[in-house]
Design a protein around this ligand. Structure first.
Ligand code: DGT
Ligand code: CA
Ligand code: CA
Ligand code: ZN
Length: 588
């Protein structure tokens, strides 16, 4: 994590702690504001810290906060924060992680009912003693109970988009160690799962002691859980665990294969090895009799059949190399050749993006230039529709003016085609948020659910089916509306939706935002089996969100998406033709 991000998190923590201790709301919001400012700051706060007056000059950061930032930069801690941490029970901030439970409620539960951590919260919810506290009706308590259960189910796993940057930072740090030949990420992160339990890194070449020393001294590391000659486990600032293993270059492929998993995929590979009179372990593929799980057979002079690369091992097992995203024991061992899955490089357009007209941070021109810089030929501008009031959705008159502005920018800018569109709300009953007459004026329509996301599955299915079958809709956006770890979203019959989408030629979106990843991997598979088109969209609101594309791409790869079924991989002319043909299709 950068110093900016770390400090933003610390100020956020201070704001929460202040609120828990009942500090006045002015102080609370001042700290929350500093957190926001730091989070959005372009300049590196560490560099600013070296210039007198530079931190003090940042808008939104007062003298006191600037002092605390300097204190942290100089000493790595903040006295005020330490003393705040002592004023609340250590388990109370955990309670704030319950989705939908804010500091005000947590303070009330603490002061009035003695809730000091998740365990006491759970016990008191069960015993009924919270009922009757101020603002604690049946309905509120039921919501808290539900959120708590959901949190326990998602238990302790980080989102892909949080884990990946940390793992990459650790890997970069290790690659800088003298003599190191290779450092790679393994485990669920390499397989691109939407949440990650712990990070697994693998290194070879160079001196193991030096690698382990470098690993332990990464600035994100808070404590060392275990350290041996070739292994080390650490706890990171975020609470996540990371494991490093140093292996010999001659068996790097075998180790990488083993530690990438999944466990279920590994089991299948081992069975296959045994059926061929071989034995597979983390050191290589060996003649059966001579393998030994506890030590590298190489150290006893036994030559492996294959060990240096994954390709060699798969080949010796009569298999093509299998992309890590598919290694889940979902039938991948019957592949005859390595599938050509979609890649980030193959994506040539972004078909769901917001400007300042609704809740984005960029002008039409800014976002168009960014898309062009990424090598995209087309960008669909899809600001929110009128019912999304909290997102500053456009009423019909504003939308018409906005469309003119998009078309004017499109005419003015070379090298990028802009579709003038909308992300139109799918209302709770399945109607769309604009009249058909207006929708017909748009080049591009993404229809998405934003409200009523706790609907009964049957009602949700009908609602989404109505949108999919609507002749003016091009893409069904983030179909379930789930947010990973905080909101389960709709639970529609995805098979029914995929079938209708295939019939009507409506594309289904994989929203690449790492909080969403919606469609999720298994939904993508269902959609492809039905014959659907898939769009992978970043749903860009601010510049850095273009970088989330890779999370959408790995999710789609896990579902088996090939470029020929991905809208964003079409060239500009074919995409434009697809867009027009879509509305001519006869809908059933
Ligand atoms: P996670 O960390 O929960 O997101 O999931 P993974 O898949 O990263 O699992 P992890 O970190 O426990 O182990 C990393 C890989 O190492 C795993 O995918 C397969 C391999 N592995 C670990 N323990 C075992 C085991 O007991 N048997 C087998 N066959 N493989 C294992
Ligand atoms: Ca792992
Ligand atoms: Ca692990
Ligand atoms: Zn959107």
């Amino acid at each position: 994590m950068s110093a900016n991000a770390t400090l933003a998190a610390l100020f956020e923590e201070m704001a929460a702690l202040l609120e828990l201790t009942g500090a006045n709301s002015f102080r609370v919001s001042a700290h929350a504001k500093v957190a926001r400012v730091l989070g959005e700051l372009d300049a590196d706060v560490e560099a600013l810290g070296r210039e007198p007056g530079a931190i003090e000059a940042i808008e939104g950061i007062g003298e006191g906060s600037a002092g605390r930032i300097r204190e942290w930069l100089a000493s790595g801690s903040i006295k005020d924060l330490e003393s705040l941490r002592k004023q609340v029970p250590p388990g109370l901030p955990e309670v704030l992680r319950v989705p939908g439970l804010g500091p005000k409620t947590a303070r009330l539960l603490w002061k009035e009912a003695g809730v000091v951590d998740l365990a006491t919260l759970k016990a008191k919810l069960a015993s009924g003693e919270l009922l009757g506290l101020p603002r604690m009706g049946e309905k509120t308590l039921a919501k808290i109970r539900e959120s708590l259960e959901f949190m326990e189910k998602s238990g302790g796993r980080a989102r892909l988009g949080e884990a990946a940057p940390v793992a990459e930072s650790l890997a970069r740090h290790l690659r800088a160690v003298k003599g190191v030949a290779r450092v790679e990420v393994a485990g669920s992160l390499r397989r691109g799962r939407e949440t990650i339990g712990d990070l697994d890194l693998l290194a070879c070449g160079g001196d193991p002691a030096g690698l382990i020393e470098a690993f332990r001294s990464h600035p994100e590391v808070r404590s060392v859980l275990a350290a041996g000659e070739t292994k080390c486990s650490v706890r990171l600032a975020s609470g996540m665990q990371a494991d490093l293993r140093v292996v010999d270059s001659s068996c790097f492929g075998a180790a990488w294969l083993y530690f990438t998993g999944s466990k279920e995929h590994n089991v299948r590979l081992r069975e296959r090895a045994i059926a061929r009179g071989l034995r597979l372990n983390e050191y290589g593929l060996f003649p059966h009799a001579e393998a030994d799980e506890d030590s590298p057979p190489q150290s006893r002079g036994v030559a492996p059949v294959a060990a240096a690369s994954e390709e060699e091992i798969y080949e010796a097992l009569g298999l093509p190399w299998i992309p890590p995203e598919l290694r889940e024991d979902h039938g991948e061992l019957s592949l005859r050749k390595t599938p050509t899955l979609v890649t980030v490089e193959a994506i040539r357009s972004e078909l769901h993006a917001h400007t300042r007209a609704s809740d984005g941070t960029m002008s039409i021109e800014e976002i168009a230039r960014l898309a062009r810089d990424r090598g995209f030929h087309t960008l669909a501008i899809t600001d929110h529709s009128r019912s999304s009031v909290q997102a500053n959705g456009l009423d019909p008159a504003r939308l018409r003016r906005h469309l003119d502005a998009v078309r004017e920018a499109d005419a003015r800018l070379d090298g990028i085609r802009l579709f003038a569109g909308s992300e139109v709300d799918i209302l709770a009953d399945g109607r769309l948020d604009y009249e058909d007459e207006l929708l017909a004026e748009l080049d591009w329509v993404v229809a998405s659910p934003h409200v009523a996301l706790r609907q009964d599955p049957k009602v949700a299915t009908e609602r989404l089916l109505a949108a999919v079958r609507h002749p003016l809709v091009h893409v069904l956006g983030h179909p379930t509306g789930r947010l990973i770890g905080s909101r389960p979203g709709l639970e529609p019959d995805i098979e029914a939706i995929a079938k209708a989408a295939a019939e009507c030629g409506t594309a289904l979106e994989v929203n690449a935002n790492h909080h969403r990843l919606d469609l999720r991997d298994r939904h993508v598979r269902i959609a492809l089996e039905a014959g659907c088109w898939i769009a992978i969209n970043c749903d860009v609101h601010s510049p850095e969100q273009f970088d989330e594309l890779r999370y959408g791409v790995v999710t789609a790869r896990r579902g088996g998406l090939t470029p020929d079924r991905c809208l964003n991989c079409l060239d500009a002319r074919t995409l434009d033709a697809w867009r027009k043909a879509k509305r001519k299709k006869v809908h059933k």
